[in-house]
Each structure stands twice: as structure tokens, then as C-alpha cells.
Design a protein. Structure first.
Lengths: 125, 113
């Protein structure tokens, strides 16, 4: 059974840093792309970034609003996905979801086939 | 980035009736190499993470009831719920995965009338 469990959220001041973790199980972590998606309170979904799989050298992509401030990484031995968030702004306040991307059964569709429950990050003075 | 726009922002439909949600992309998400539309639909209920419903514009995720269907091509897409059930009250999002940056629509809130 696939499990994704995010942690590390909390209250941080503007300009501060926070590292989110996503503990994964139930699938071969290195074989899959993983995404971070966020949702500001009462708002819609925003795709934040991606970590590709081993075959694609774990390369990353980011939405423009976080590029240069956020970094996605992995610990493959522990099957953990990370989101390092630096220079945080009030507009980064959101629930952050870790998502599992597709798989062979999706025919190459890079969609978020499974979502964690999310962790809340609040950026406030 | 590819901007996705959904309509309406909200709607109320009676039980057993049809619900239709539209999604438009600023540029085509149809690939000429495989003739597939890189468009997905998600359902989110209050207090829960989103759930994948449909990908490739019309392929239902395993376990999704067949009252949910997706259609459209290029820049215009539709999610249809053929006979609305109480448990379908939720917010629905479209997402394109054609570009590296996978943008979402703003969401459509579906309520039971």
C-alpha cells in the first residue's frame, strides 16, 4: 500500500527557512517522479516542483514563484523526499502536499496518482 | 506557463442531474507525437487531499465511477458527472501536464442543490 507522510511544517518568519519531509513507502521510490503541490488557505492548487526518477538523474523543475528559493532533494536510502524552503515570504503560506507521479500503468502520464495528507506552513511576522 | 481557466467557478446541481465543468488552456495540450491530450481532472473534498479522477483527458482512474467522464481536445475540455450523487459535492480541478510546469485551473466548486 502506497503511503506518503509529510512533516516539518510550522510557523516561520518572513525571510526564514524550513525543510519539509515526505516519508514514502509501498513503491520503489527511485523509479518514480515525485511532485510538491501547495494550497494556500481557502485557495486552489499550485504545482510547486518535481524530482524526476533515477533514470532521469533525479533532475528537478520549479514553478517561477519559488525558483531560486526552494530546493527539492531525495534521500533514496531512506525513501524520503525533501522540500528545502529558503527566503520564505508570506505568500508561501499553504498546505504542502507530496505526490507520487504516475507509473507504468498510467502510460507515461505524469499525473499525481497519490497524495499525502499535507503539512501546513505559515509564514508570518 | 500554460494558464488553465475553468468555468464556472461554482455550480449547484440537483441529485440525479448532470453536472458539467469546463476547462480551457491558453495553448494546446495535444501532443502531435502521440495524439494524446495532456489533461487531468482531480476531485477535492473539504479537509482531504485531491484525488485523481481522469488523465489523458478521458481515461478514468481505477476505481472511479463511470458516471464521471472527460472529453475534449486541444484547448477545450469538459468533465461531466452524468447523474450527480451526494458524495460528488467537492471542488474539481483540471491540470495540464504538457509542459514541464504542470499548471492547475482555479477550481470549480460543485454543490448539491
Amino acid at each position: 500500500e502506497v503511503q506518503l507522510v509529510e512533516s516539518g511544517g510550522g510557523l516561520v518568519q518572513p525571510g526564514g527557512s524550513l525543510r519539509l519531509s515526505c516519508a514514502t513507502s509501498g513503491f520503489t521510490f527511485s523509479d518514480h517522479y515525485m511532485d510538491w503541490v501547495r494550497q494556500a488557505p481557502g485557495k486552489g492548487l499550485e504545482w510547486v516542483g518535481r524530482s524526476r526518477n533515477k533514470v532521469n538523474s533525479y533532475t528537478t523543475e520549479y514553478v517561477a514563484s519559488v525558483k531560486g528559493r526552494f530546493t527539492i532533494s531525495r534521500d533514496n536510502s531512506k525513501e524520503l523526499l525533501y522540500l528545502q524552503m529558503d527566503s520564505l515570504k508570506t505568500e508561501d503560506t499553504a498546505v504542502y502536499y507530496c505526490t507520487l507521479i504516475g507509473g507504468a500503468q498510467y502510460g507515461g502520464a505524469t499525473v499525481s496518482s497519490f497524495w499525502g495528507q499535507g503539512t501546513l506552513v505559515t509564514v508570518s511576522p | 506557463d500554460i494558464v488553465m481557466t475553468q468555468s464556472p467557478d461554482s455550480l449547484a446541481v440537483s441529485l440525479g442531474e448532470r453536472a458539467t465543468i469546463n476547462c480551457r488552456s491558453i495553448q494546446s495540450v495535444l501532443s502531435s507525437s502521440n495524439n494524446k491530450n495532456y489533461l487531468a481532472w482531480y476531485q477535492q473534498k473539504p479537509g482531504q487531499p485531491p484525488k485523481l479522477l481522469i488523465y489523458w483527458a478521458s481515461t478514468r482512474e481505477s476505481g472511479v465511477p463511470d458516471r464521471f467522464s472527460g472529453s475534449g481536445s486541444g484547448t477545450d475540455f469538459t468533465l461531466t458527472i452524468s447523474s450527480l450523487q451526494a458524495e460528488d459535492a467537492a471542488t474539481y480541478y483540471c491540470q495540464q501536464y504538457y509542459s514541464y510546469i504542470h499548471t492547475f485551473g482555479q477550481g470549480t466548486k460543485l454543490e448539491i442543490k
